[in-house]
Design a protein around this ligand. Structure first.
Ligand SMILES: [Zn+2]
Length: 644
């Protein structure tokens, strides 16, 4: 049986009784929250909340540990303009001395409704033409109570003429009309836990596309863009996203939402990101993110990744990552399942749906495997430590990141689950696969509405054994908990391929560089001399124990000249090619802080870029894995006028 973890505050028995009575009285009616987004172009949100209360002390709190962020990234520092009133009179408040997310107020006798006003200074997911509201930006609720038990009824006010996309249901039922100027849209009551999980996308250039109407429940792609033409997605993209809905339906064979909304922004201002929710996902790409195949490739698994989280992460959640109150610290030890298996299926589903083609899938997989293999930090830090330490590995100084390791549980998880998938296929002569595992693991209980059911490592092992008996506990421990100086390539090899290095990048790697070129413009010589550089020669990172490291280079230094030429990416690559002649060296003039020195890199193997190569005579399970399970939808003929 699966158990949901519950909040267990430690109160003296008598006080607990008093509080329980007071809460039962207080919580009959939902909290009312009205989010006012009409100031979005000035990057301000406002909210008014009414709390049903009884006389005496009340503690209200806002979320600190945000689901999906896996870290204490709550917005407490952005919340300003806090005013509490009762019957129109202001009340004093005091922040808790230890828990800075808590506000203490004393409710005067006779008062049954406490009013709170807040403003929020918004720094992301917002532009002059759109805004995405994650409710934790504004939401307060009684502290030390399980958030799934607190009723709350949301309303939202948006700028005149802006459309609304969300999985929240309007009280009136049916679709959302474009709101009248100054009007408020009121939604059906829900819980604090569900409201935190139900963002709102609003925008001037807004389109809602229904997807794959034969698949129930209904799915929608809600798009807001900074420019009207970007909100009109290419027919091919819409067909691929509809394929994604059908493919996920066939793969998971269950659903845990009443309706699903992909919320998507196309903006160079609102930010690139993806955040999963049970009945929706908050996705951001650049203005041209889906405008052509080149820009689409780096974004190709975004929607499939966040969609997969509805099953893996939202419905099924590691026990340590489910917290009943958004205040208790999360424990990330199983993130290689939560994020790692999602990374695996996100890429597989993108290939099955046509969001990327088979060759692109394999090229990107080669890049992933090579990147992991050259992450030298794996010589001291096991993968599990990147998961346990997730909240200290996000962001920060990129210098020596390959020695530090980042949030490697994403990609380590991807190659691990590929290993498991191909191993199951190998053991069952391709009759069973990881497709069978997810139907069991992610489909327990059949179709449900939004729900969180936690799991442990042991359940994972049991469910794998249901597909095919094997020592899965050792399989997983070996790959996750042990020091493995090299990446797990068993999945590639069981899939019929091997990781090789060639002297030219794959077409997909060139497309990825071109798509990212607008913001980077740098050079990647990682697998040759061990350097990643910005456009001006500034070293972003140095491969630990690689040729450039041995030459004495360090991140942050700047290469000014290569072999007597002023630095350019082309000059460096040319020098690497010429140094295949053992008599030639790579000579550099390097600026470090305010000093300049000459250096020599001793390297003679030419340029190297990762690729997958087919091993003839072996089963090509990798190709089987990315074959669609359903018949793809054909895109209407597209006009070839969108190439940038
Ligand atoms: Zn994720």
């Amino acid at each position: 049986m699966l158990m949901l973890k519950r909040c267990a505050p430690h109160f003296p028995a008598l006080l607990l009784f008093t509080l329980a009575v007071s809460l039962a009285n207080a919580q009959k009616a939902p909290i009312q929250i009205t989010a006012d987004l009409s100031d979005a172009p000035r990057k301000l949100f406002h909210a008014d909340m009414d709390f049903p209360v009884s006389t005496g002390p009340v503690t209200l709190i806002s979320p600190e540990w945000i689901p999906g962020h896996h870290m204490p990234s709550g917005p407490a520092s952005s919340i300003v303009g806090v005013v509490f009133t009762a019957n129109g009179k202001p009340l004093e408040w005091r922040r808790d001395d230890v828990s800075l997310y808590e506000f203490h107020i004393t409710v005067p006798s006779g008062v049954t409704t406490l009013h709170m006003h807040v403003d929020s200074i918004v720094t992301r997911r917002i532009s002059q033409r759109m805004a995405a509201l994650e409710w934790e930006a504004l939401m307060f609720y009684p502290a030390h109570v399980p958030v799934k038990d607190i009723p709350i009824q949301p309303s939202v006010k948006v700028p005149a003429g802006w459309g609304i996309g969300t999985a929240l249901k309007p009280v009136s039922g049916g679709a959302y009309p474009v709101p009248e100027a100054g009007s408020t849209t009121k939604f059906a009551a829900t819980t604090v836990e569900q409201l935190e999980d139900s963002p709102i996308l609003t925008g001037l250039y807004f389109h809602e596309y229904p997807l794959a109407p034969t698949i129930k429940p209904q799915h929608y792609l809600d798009v807001a863009a900074d420019a009207p033409e970007d909100a009109k997605l290419r027919p091919a993209v819409l067909a691929d996203v509809a394929n994604l809905v059908r493919e996920a339906d066939a793969l998971y064979a269950s659903h845990h939402y009443n309706e699903y909304h992909f919320l998507l922004t196309l903006s160079d201002v609102a930010g690139g990101m993806g955040l999963e929710h049970g009945q929706s996902s908050d996705n951001g790409v650049g203005e041209k993110g889906f405008a052509d195949d080149v820009h689409q490739l780096p974004e190709s698994d975004l929607l499939s990744h966040e969609f997969t989280h509805s099953w893996n992460g939202k419905y099924r959640r590691p026990a340590g990552l489910y917290q009943p109150d958004f205040a208790t610290p999360m424990q990330g030890a199983l993130l290689w399942v939560y994020e790692g298996m999602t990374e695996y299926w996100g890429n597989v589903l993108a290939a099955r749906s046509g969001l990327k083609n088979a060759q692109e899938y394999k090229d990107v997989l080669a890049m992933t495997a090579a990147e992991l293999d050259y992450t030298r930090g794996r010589e001291w830090r096991p993968t599990v430590d990147t998961a346990v330490g997730a909240s200290i590995l996000r962001g920060g100084n990129p210098a020596w990141s390959n020695w530090r390791r980042g949030q490697d549980y994403y990609f380590e998880g991807e190659v691990l689950w590929l290993d498991a998938d191909t191993l199951i296929r190998k053991m069952t002569d391709n009759k069973k696969s990881l497709n069978d595992f997810v139907k069991i693991f992610l489909g327990k209980g059949g179709n449900t509405g939004p729900l969180i059911v936690t799991y442990t490592f042991d359940e994972l092992v049991q469910d794998l054994n249901q597909v095919v008996p094997y020592d899965w506990a050792t399989f997983l421990h070996d790959r996750v908990d042990k020091i493995n100086p090299h990446v797990d390539v068993a999945g590639l090899e069981q899939g019929g391929y091997k990781l090789v290095f060639k002297d030219k990048p794959t077409k997909s790697e060139r497309m990825m560089s071109a798509a990212e070129g607008r913001r980077a413009g740098g050079v990647d010589c990682w697998y040759s001399v061990g350097l990643r550089l910005g456009a001006d020669g500034t070293i972003a990172d140095v491969l630990w124990n690689g040729p450039a490291d041995k030459a004495g280079l360090a991140p942050g230094e700047k290469i000014m000249a290569v072999n007597d030429n002023v630095y350019s990416g082309d000059a460096l690559r040319e020098a690497i090619r010429e140094a295949k002649d053992p008599a030639k060296t790579i000579k550099l003039i390097v600026q470090a802080d305010s000093f300049v020195s000459t250096m020599q890199i001793d390297y003679h193997d030419g340029e190297r870029y990762p690729a997958l190569e087919r091993v003839d005579g072996t089963p090509a399970y990798l190709d089987d894995i990315i074959k669609p399970l359903t018949t793809p939808e054909k895109a209407p003929e597209e006009k070839k006028e969108d190439a940038e």
